[in-house]
Design a protein around this ligand. Sequence first.
Ligand SMILES: [Zn+2]
Length: 153
Amino acid sequence: MPEHRFDEFDEIDTQILVILSENPRMPYQKLSRRLADEAAEMRRLLVRGGVIVDDLLDDFVSYSVVRTHLTECLGERRDPSPACDWEEDRIDQLDAYAVDEAADALRSLANKGKLSAGGELQASLSFEVTCSACGVSVPFDEALQAEGFCDCS
Ligand SMILES: [Zn+2]
């Protein structure tokens, strides 16, 4: 039986790092498309190496099987995840991403001579939170600090 090398799996991790180092703000969809291409390439490599890929995939156990074994059979308990404020991070990421994309568009407009200013063109963006009942709009940061921002509730 020929000996198979599975170093290729490390290459997927490496590939993710390479892609993200080129563009740390690559949208998840784009990244997963790139990885799907990598996976297809890896399947071709494995098939060429004589691996029956479908059999190999059948040999992997799923996350839920492992979890059931740990919790039901071995009685292990997982510590609950610590509470985290993901919401502010999400807004910050969106903000950074949108500003980055807008900056690209501004650079392009400047190169085409369609937009100019005395200095460099800079994009900025601010999220606002609006109450649908009274129509009051407040910048996200202020709304978060105030924990509420209109009197109509
Ligand atoms: Zn209101």
